[in-house]
Ligand binder design. Structure first.
Ligand code: FES
Length: 103
């Protein structure tokens, strides 16, 4: 079941940058790639380091701690040492607000 919740203003997610938000105790990183917003759990699947402190290169985010990379669209790991995906969230943009399906 869809359960979209407003988590940020679109203008607060910088183009080709990231913004971390905490929703109900869960850290989520919002990623703006050339105007398209993606959302992943802000916790590397290797040792739970926040991905929002890493680098965004193309369609991947690199964890700052040990260099694992994740696909920002699917959450799939693209480089060791991570082997498990990170959770992704469906995104809606409406009225200048970022909404995520937290269901
Ligand atoms: S905690 Fe992210 S690569 Fe190790």
């Amino acid at each position: 079941m869809s359960d979209f919740v407003v988590v940020a203003k679109l203008e607060d997610v910088p183009e080709n940058g990231m913004k971390s938000v905490v929703i109900d105790g869960t850290a989520i990183v919002l990623i703006n790639r050339e105007g398209t917003i993606f959302a992943l759990e802000d916790r590397c699947s290797h040792e739970e380091f926040p991905l929002s402190t890493g680098d965004l290169v193309g369609g991947e985010v690199t964890c700052a701690l040990h260099g694992a990379r994740f696909d920002i669209e699917t959450g799939a790991p693209r480089a060791l040492p991570a082997v498990m995906p990170v959770r992704t969230y469906e995104v809606q943009i409406e009225g200048g607000e970022v909404r995520l399906d937290l269901g």
